[in-house]
Design a protein around this ligand. Sequence first.
Ligand code: NDP
Length: 267
Amino acid sequence: MIAEQKLNGLQTDPQIKNVFSLEGKLALITGGGSGIGFDIARCMIMAGAKVIITGRREHALKESIELLGKSAQYVVNDVTELSSLEDLVEYIESHIGPIDILVNNAGINMKKPALEVSDEDFQRIVHTNLNAVFALTRSCARRMIQRQSGCILMISSMAAYYGIDRVVAYAASKSGVEGMVKVLASEFSKFNVRVNAIAPGFIETAMMQTAMSSDPDRMNKALNRTPMGKFGKPDDIGWAAVFLASEAARYITGASLPVDGGNSVGF
Ligand code: NDP
């Protein structure tokens, strides 16, 4: 009797052999030609998904799909051209298939003391990291809502968690993304569309290299407040993205998951 009750409580379809699998899913990953985006693509493919990566540099995208294999395709796209994003989604859905997973990964950073940041600087960062994320999310979500199925991931940052000096525009953009996740999760949940963020700690990519290479004090500061005592690798973010996009995370929405070696809680 107790065993029967336990089984009745199970939500998982017995047909699903691996709740972490992304078999049969199509993921659109912006900025997938390098860094974290490339490894999100790589991990999602290893979990069984097909991926489309985008970016501005065609050579980086070409090189990436050669490494990723036949489960990957690319489309050259600049997310800051907001009017191109609806066409991008329409093109993918009509030529390749419905987008099950959107990963808003493309992003830029700029390190300057706040008083030296011009309005143009500020707008450039916010336009890429926030305005474009909203516009692309809207285009994808409209279709996901119609299909009553979808998963949207944002890439946030420690800069949205605590005060990192000299990244005022970046922090504002990522804090905006964190707010967007909560609102969209509350609006889209009834349509079976989940929205979550991953907040990476300090991850070894070109972006981190630029921010840290000429600034050993900053690098040591970041490392010293990371309890695990090391920087992250891009696939640390990739596997978290696989988890959040999978059936295993079906009751998780509106969350921001730090993947940071403890950096956000370190002393
Ligand atoms: P990289 O600079 O290594 O990669 C950024 C990617 O975004 C590139 O592939 C780039 O491609 C793409 N991109 C930038 N601008 C545009 C645009 N206008 N249109 C389309 N694609 C664009 O950075 P990371 O891999 O480190 O960063 C990825 C994400 O992770 C970003 O959102 C970043 O803010 C976030 N993050 C990174 C952390 C880290 O420690 N590395 C920490 C916290 C967050 P292309 O140049 O070809 O357009």
